[in-house]
Design a protein around this ligand. Structure first.
Ligand code: ADP
Length: 695
């Protein structure tokens, strides 16, 4: 039977309505105070509000309609035709006018009750729909989050919190097995759990685990992580495990064919087999895919670390062996020099011949050992480079001179085509000569008697390099011009599929041939590293049986670019050796010329201070309006650094020339605290340029 509350202050009306609605339970409410509280508790189907007898009726009706718990309650108003204020009508479901007619009252009541029932049904399905949507959304979010992680414990965490959002559980535990010594029991609970319950969960988890995976583990091996939502609330005890009190769902976490763990969830409200259980299983299943990737990732990472370690050990081994071999080899070479110097009388010719053979062969061993050393050092960035401004042609001449004999021995036509007036480069001459020597030695090795070898030097625009696929590999911008050294031979050539391979370590593309001509397979690998250090390129174009063209392209750098390249090397060296670093840039507008600046520095004794260290560098850079003079030191402590700055400032204050209008700007950057890399260091320095005279 529906309950109806009648709000009225009028005894006559109360009596009439009670008489007209005998079958309904009617609660009469006459006091205004606490009326809303009363209605909320009773949640009647309908309220009849006698607006004639109640002054506050409008407010009561409004409050009911705006309350989410009460808004479905039907409101029937009793109104008087003479009433002026009809405001409350908008909150009512229906109204009847006085005098109250029995039939009209009953009909209105029935229709309001019917409407209320329909409204209730609608709200129920609405709220079910929004709950489903919320859960679907959470399911989606969890699955997306799972896909983005490669960390095993994070994946379990995402899965557990996803399940919590979906199932609103009271307690959930997961036992995750990484290896026999790393087993974690994570307990997520709404309330604190008693020590007895914790022990029981441990045993329950181990028991389920053993049954599933036949793995022997004891509760002492298990690490427990607890996450309690409301730590100050009452404690859960063993009763949570009583089936009649809490419903549970359980799932194993299998990763491919490997076992990984188990998960069990407890909830007071029974799980719905079609929705809750399926969603739970879906989430656990979804977690296994990223878990699989995470396990694979860990395995690959482990393998990679091992490989890296082995590679490091191999390089170290090469360095040590090469070092050890070099010492006795040097002694042998010295002994040979003495034997062949002519200072020792009466050495038979036959012996001289043998000694010469020993000399040739020890030279070979020496160069192999040198290659090993260079390759190990180049790889670990430990080679020192000594960049200077130099022309490429003399290096080509020197290579020609040292290898002409070998060419003559094989009756090879060996020529050099140099471009005269070629721009100077910023290079380590020793290393670049080593590269050209290597290219020509190879050409000699792989060219048959009577063949032809040509070295050409020429200036090329960057356009020519842009067409080459390798130029895209470099993240640095191409320079405008390059000097290219080309070594061409009419030898065996290299098959297309091996063109890239020849630059790899220990790579000899034709094993048998190489064995017959000797070699370590390191020469081109080292040459490529040297080209890289110069921001250059090394590549080969070849046709089998016709011959090969090896190219070395080195950028022609402006003063500014030279400075930056040098700075880059010095910074990386300073970085690896954990040295301090000071960069000072002086900038003057072009009223004066360079010698003045040199003088300026000299007067300050800056040169002396800088020269004390071996790693000082000086550079001029000219722009349209300004002239920069930058100098830096790779091993300068902060005291010296500040001292130099102070001297420059003092000098600038006193100097008459400067006060007559010439301006000097100064900036200083201290590495490694202030800057990240060379370019940044330069930019910072330029940005910070301050006029010294004005402070
Ligand atoms: P190696 O010490 O074996 O000469 P390199 O690194 O200098 O080592 O060369 C690697 C491989 O490249 C050689 O073993 C050879 O197969 C091939 N190669 C190099 N230069 C030439 C060339 N001019 N003609 C044909 N093949 C060459």
């Amino acid at each position: 039977m529906s309950e109806i509350i009648l709000l009225s202050d009028n005894d006559k009306n109360i009596k009439t309505i009670q008489k007209y609605l005998p079958l309904h339970i009617i609660t009469v409410f006459q006091q205004k105070d606490g009326v809303l509280e009363y209605i909320k508790n009773k949640t009647p189907e309908v309220i009849i509000v006698d607006t004639v007898g109640m002054k506050d009726a409008v407010n009561v009706c409004r409050a009911i309609k705006f309350d989410t718990q009460m808004q479905n309650i039907g409101i029937i108003l009793i109104v008087d035709k003479k009433q002026k204020n009809k405001d409350f009508l908008k909150y009512a479901s229906s109204y009847i006018s006085k005098p109250i007619d029995k039939d009209i009252l009953n009909a209105t009541l029935n229709s309001v009750i019917l409407t209320k029932h329909s409204l209730d049904e609608l709200s129920e399905s609405n709220s079910a729909l929004s709950t489903s949507l919320y859960r679907l959304d959470e399911l989606n979010k969890t699955i997306t989050a799972l896909a983005g992680s490669l960390d095993k414990s994070k994946i379990i965490e995402i899965m557990t919190s996803g399940i919590e959002k979906f199932l609103s559980y009271q307690l959930c535990y997961s036992l995750v097995f990484n290896d026999p010594l790393d087993i974690t029991l994570s307990i997520n609970s709404l309330h604190p759990i008693s020590p007895r319950l914790e022990e029981a969960i441990k045993l329950r988890a181990i028991y389920s685990y053993k049954n599933l995976f036949n793995i022997h583990t004891t509760k002492e091996d298990i690490k427990v992580i607890k996450n309690i939502k409301r730590p100050n609330d009452f404690e859960y005890d063993l009763n949570i495990l009583v089936p009649a009190k809490f419903d549970t769902v359980f799932a194993p976490i299998n990763v491919k064919d490997k076992f990984f763990g188990i998960i069990e969830v407890f909830r007071e409200k029974e799980f719905n087999k079609n929705v809750d259980v399926i969603a739970f299983q879906t989430l656990v299943k979804q977690a296994t895919f990223p878990l699989q990737s995470a396990i694979l990732y860990e395995e690959i990472k482990e393998q990679n670390d091992k490989l890296e370690e082995m590679e490091k050990k191999k390089s170290e081994f090469f360095s040590i062996v090469s070092h050890e071999l070099r010492t006795p080899l040097t002694a042998i070479k010295n002994a040979i020099t003495i034997l062949l110097s002519g200072n020792i009388p009466n050495i038979p010719d036959r012996v001289v011949l043998f000694v010469k053979m020993i000399e040739r062969n020890s030279e070979k061993i020496f160069s192999i050992v040198q290659e090993w050393l260079d390759s190990a050092k180049a790889e670990t960035g430990k080679l020192d480079y000594n960049f200077t401004v130099a022309n490429i042609n003399p290096l080509v001449d020197s290579v020609k001179q040292s290898l002409s004999n070998l060419a003559d021995e094989k009756n090879i036509d060996f020529t050099v085509n140099k471009t005269e007036n070629i721009p100077a480069l910023y290079i380590d001459t020793k290393r670049i000569e080593q590269v050209i020597t290597n290219l020509v030695s190879n050409a000699l090795k792989y060219t048959k008697n009577g063949g032809k070898i040509t070295i050409t030097t020429e200036l090329t625009e960057a356009e020519m390099l842009k067409e080459k696929p390798f130029s895209k590999d470099k993240d640095r911008v191409l320079s405008d011009e390059y000097v290219v050294v080309k070594v061409s031979d009419t030898g065996d050539g290299i098959a297309k599929e091996n063109l890239e391979k020849v630059f790899e370590k220990f790579e000899q593309v034709n094993g048998t041939l190489s064995r017959s001509v000797g070699g370590t397979g390191l020469g081109l690998f080292i040459a490529k590293q040297f080209a890289d250090v110069h921001d250059g390129f090394l590549w080969v174009e070849s046709v089998v049986h016709k011959g090969s063209d090896f190219y070395l392209a080195i950028p022609v750098l402006t003063e500014d670019e030279r400075f930056e390249m040098q700075l880059r090397h010095d910074i990386s060296n300073a970085n690896s050796d954990k040295k301090s670093f000071g960069l000072i840039t002086l900038c003057e507008n072009k009223l004066t010329d360079k010698p003045y600046l040199v003088e300026f520095i000299r007067k300050l004794d800056c040169e002396n201070i800088f020269k004390k260290s071996t790693d000082s560098k000086y550079f001029y850079t000219e722009t349209k309006e300004n002239l920069y003079y930058s100098f830096y030191d790779v091993n300068m402590n902060i005291q010296i650094f500040n001292f130099v700055i102070q001297r420059i400032k003092d000098f600038a204050q006193k100097d008459k020339n400067l006060q007559n209008g010439k301006k000097i700007y100064l900036s200083h950057v201290n590495y490694p605290d202030d800057a990240g890399d060379a370019e940044e260091l330069m930019n910072q320095s330029k940005k910070q340029l301050k006029e010294v005279i004005n402070g």
